[in-house]
Structures are given as C-alpha cells and as structure tokens.
Design a binder for this molecule. Sequence first.
Ligand code: NDP
Ligand code: OXD
Length: 317
Amino acid sequence: MAKGNPEVTLNILYRGPVERGHNWQDLFAHHLPQVKWHTWPNVKDKAEIDMLVCWIPPREYQQDYPNLKVIFSVGAGVDQLNIPSVPQHVQVVRMLDPGIQQGMTEFVQMSVLNIHRDTLAYVNMNQQSQWQQLPGVSTAKRRVGIMGLGNLGQAAAVGLQNLGFQVHGWSRNPKSVANMSCFHGNAQLQTFLQRSDILVCLLPLTDETRSILNQQTLSYLPQGASIINVGRGEHIVEQDLIDALNEQHLRYAILDVFAKEPLDTQHPFWQHPQIWVTPHVAAITQNDSAGQALLANVQRYLNNEAMAGLVNLSAGY
Ligand code: NDP
Ligand code: OXD
C-alpha cells in the first residue's frame, strides 16, 4: 500500500480499453478517493501497485510488481491469466458482472431457439430459393444440457426454462438446483450427455476441461443433437466436431469461442453449412455494471471482507 501520500491507501493499475478506464477512474475518484488509479503503462513506481485490473496482465508482472496483492479479471473467465503462473500470495478475482450474466442468458436463449427452430437450415435454403418445411417439436420435448452450473450456467438454465425447455445440468461438485436434474463428475458425464438434444458448454477452461468435447464424448450425444460453445474454444477438439457434423451425428454447432482468436479467415468453421460462428460476443463486460462490481469488491477488500468471485487457484476457476 502507498507510503508517500497518507491519503492514498491503495494503488490500482488498470490495463484495458481507454474509455472503460476513464469511466472506472471517475467512479473510484467519486466513491473511493483514497484509491489512486494508474493506467498502464504509465507507472512511475511499480512497487506501489497493490492491485491489477486487466484481461491480460503486463509481461513479467510477477517480478515487476513485487507488492501486488490482487488481480481482477475484467471478464468472467480467468484462463487468460495462466493461473499456474500466478504467485501463490496473489488473490485472483473474476468479474461477476450482472451485465455479463444478462448477456449470456440472452445469447444462450437466442442460440437454443435458433437450433430448436432450424434457423441455419432455413437460411441455407433461402440462399437456394428452396421451399421446404421441416418437422418441429415443442420446447417441452427438447432437452437442453448445460455443462457448467455456475454463475452463468444457472442463469442461462432459468432463461431456457422460461421458454419451456427441459433443462438439466452438469458440474464438478454435486448440486441441487430448483426444477432441474443435476449431474456431476466424470462418472455421470455420459448419462448427462445421452439426454442432451442441445448441449451448451459454459465451463471454465482448466486442465480438467480442456478437450472435454472430443470424439468419444460427442458420440454420447443423441443422434441429431446440436452444440453451443460459449465456454472456451479449447473445450472442443475441432476436427472431432467437424467429423461428427459431417457424419450427421450432430446437426448444428453455434460457436462463439475458438482456440485461436480471431478465427483464421481460412478456418473450415466459417464455410461449414452446419456451423454458425460468432466472434466471442456472447456476453460482453458492461462498463457500468462491471465498474460497480469492481468498486464493491475493492470496498470489501478495504473492509477486510471476502471479495465476490475469488478464484480457487488450485481448481483453476
Ligand atoms: P463459474 O465459475 O461460476 O462456474 C463454472 C461451472 O463449471 C461450475 O458449475 C463448476 O462446477 C463447473 N466446472 C468446472 N470444472 C468442471 C469440471 N472439471 N467438471 C464439471 N464441471 C466443472 O463460471 P461462470 O459461470 O461465471 O463462467 C463460465 C465460463 O464462461 C467462463 O469461465 C468463461 O470461460 C465463459 N465465458 C464466456 C463468455 C463469452 O462471451 N463467450 C463470457 C463470459 C464467460 P462446480 O459448481 O461444481 O464448481
Ligand atoms: C469472459 C469473456 O470471460 O468475455 O468474460 O469470455
């Protein structure tokens, strides 16, 4: 913490989009004037910095900022921080922004409805002036499985239930969530997948979840099932997904996240008739609500209270 100016009790270094930085700097100046806001790379004394607010931290921050205590991710995910490289004494806090939660719920609802109503097939038919009516089922007969029953997965589940879908979920630890069947752990993964007509991946990326959707696990999905990936690209083995679509085991994939972003212009996902690509826009951090969430957490820190969204470094999320 700052020693020079007695009125400054905490130094925050922000690295990210300029407009958001100005917005949050004003917010802190108004509500927590004892916090000094620095904008990367303009830091005179790196040893002063207590907290880092960023998506990707500056290179070699572990050595360059010796008094760092907390890293706040500006997103809900923290895999971009390379958790094993974070010093053990540094706390990592992810962004619990109501704006992200609302955005994700909307995106999942939109994607599930598009799959449910065959939008991609009709768009393809439009391009060929082809008039063909496809059979449909009611939402009550469509089973949606959500991988990851955390902050975003549970909100998306409620959004889908409100549309009448049958929703069930899968998590690492046992869970009890109102009005839905919950599965957990590797032992229940196959059963969970076998009843998912539409699978939504909302997992964090960890050593345990990397490549979790592969040739074998995809084969557990019912014939004609579809996938929505809004977790991270590395959850899916890309070629295994393409094979499952080409073999018509899977019907559609809506993909928002990719192992390499931006997705290469030559990547086969772009032209595949059963795939719809979106450019990592499912849920975007909202400056106003996220600023309030950050402010509340820094206030908790100053009050010696537990911060919301604290990451378990050994679990990786
Ligand atoms: P949470 O940490 O709140 O929830 C994660 C969920 O995943 C928990 O239910 C957890 O289980 C489960 N999980 C973790 N590891 C495993 C495992 N090995 N096996 C089974 N379940 C597991 O995360 P959020 O809901 O806030 O966010 C999820 C992810 O969404 C983010 O990490 C990010 O990758 C992605 N995201 C994508 C965005 C986009 O725009 N595409 C935007 C925002 C986030 P348990 O409950 O038992 O701990
Ligand atoms: C996030 C994201 O993690 O945008 O918030 O992917």
